[in-house]
Design a protein around this ligand. Structure first.
Ligand code: NAD
Length: 350
């Protein structure tokens, strides 16, 4: 039997982990972070036209598996992502992901991509975009609490987009801090390894919490946080999984991605359902105020929203067009007669 080759209509560009890494190095890590932040900013500025829904979560006692869909009317996207804080003990990552873009008019997928690397990049790009707007002007020092998989990306995005020059690291596991310090060596940041969270926060205008623990944790207590700082809270992103003492939330002006999702998953799950929270896209479009005083504590209660993944996939799609860092994947059955799917199967019989 002659082997039937897939037609062009069957093929979807697939970006593997290997191609993603090649693409990032081709562009440059910091340039990628800046590019992603530009795409995320552009999509946040057209926030109202997107389909939005809290992500669809399937919880277990070990973690969560989530689907994150959205559409701008022309393009549809979704991400599959998990969050399993105890995975690292088994040599597995806490967070892995892949995602897809599709053409709304035909429903045909136009990109399938790894998103474990891309999630770390897009989360960091979003954090830095928010900090660029909300953190005290001229911020140079960031405390980085939680030195796991996301931490280097967070640090480099704050350097590339906000202009920080020093990162102060703390993790309950000193090996994680040592790994992060080693990875950041030679990247143009002053890196200080600390043995307590309090020490890490000395002189920091930006405090990033990026820990993984499936409980109401208290990474920061109220007395640790002084006036005027910006808190970038990344790790509290599931029901029953938070990082900040509620008293900090009472003292902060809180900024969120999509309130319907953040009230379920973010730090503000600890507060009353009507506790004030400003949508960040409204600050970007001057519909709402951001930082208004030097004394104010701004808090980005980040959980990660589908539009950020959509923007990231859009960025990748635009970049691979020129660079060729993808495989054409035989993903879609394409019979000669669209109604003869069974005939296509029969013809493929050995
Ligand atoms: N908001 C978002 O968009 C977003 C995106 C990706 C990941 N996340 C979340 O970010 C968190 C970190 O992800 P990761 O991939 O870096 O996880 P990871 O498991 O690789 O790293 C987490 C680190 O936190 C440390 N840690 C745990 N408890 C701590 C404590 N009390 N004090 C200091 N350090 C502590 C661990 O030792 C570990 O090194 C996870 O909770 C994940 O769900 C959020």
């Amino acid at each position: 039997m002659t082997k039937l080759l897939p037609s062009d209509k069957a093929l979807v560009p697939f970006v593997s982990v290997d191609h993603m890494m090649q693409l990032i190095h081709h562009i440059g890590v910091e340039e990628t972070l800046r590019g992603l932040a530009d795409y995320i900013e552009a999509d946040f500025k057209r926030w109202e036209l997107f389909d939005k829904t809290p992500r669809v979560a399937s919880h277990s006692d070990k973690g969560v598996i989530e689907l994150m869909p959205t559409s701008d009317g022309d393009v549809y996207g979704f991400k599959y992502v998990n969050g399993h804080p105890s995975n690292t003990k088994a040599g597995l990552q806490t967070v892995t992901a892949f995602g897809l873009l599709a053409d709304v008019a035909s429903g045909y997928p136009v990109l399938l991509s790894e998103m474990t690397m891309l999630t770390a990049l897009r989360t960091a790009a979003t954090s830095a975009l928010v900090a660029r707007v909300l953190a005290p002007k001229g911020s140079t020092v960031m405390a980085m609490i939680g030195n796991g998989a996301q931490s280097e990306f967070q640090s480099l995005a704050m350097k590339a987009i906000v202009g920080i020059t020093e990162v102060r690291l703390y993790d309950i596991d000193p090996a994680a801090t040592a790994k992060c310090a080693e990875n950041l060596a030679g990247q143009g940041l002053k890196v200080t390894q600390c043995t307590t969270a309090e020490d890490a926060m000395l002189g920091a205008q930006i405090i990033t919490t990026c820990t993984a623990d499936k409980q109401y944790a208290t990474i920061l207590t109220d007395n640790m946080v002084g006036a005027g700082v910006h808190i970038n809270a990344i790790g509290g992103d599931c029901p029953g999984k938070t990082e900040l003492a509620p008293a900090i939330l009472q003292r902060s002006d809180i900024f969120v991605e999509y309130p319907k999702q953040t009230r379920i998953e973010g730090e503000i799950q600890q507060m009353a359902p009507d506790h004030p929270a400003t949508e960040f896209w409204e600050v970007l479009t001057a519909k709402a105020k951001g930082r208004t005083s030097d004394k104010q504590i701004t808090l980005f209660d980040s959980v990660g929203f589908a539009i950020e993944d959509f923007s990231a996939l859009r960025f990748v799609r635009d970049q691979i067009a020129d660079t060729g860092f993808f495989h054409p994947l035989d993903l879609l059955a394409d019979p000669d007669d669209p109604r003869d799917l069974f005939g296509m199967l029969q013809r493929a019989k050995a």
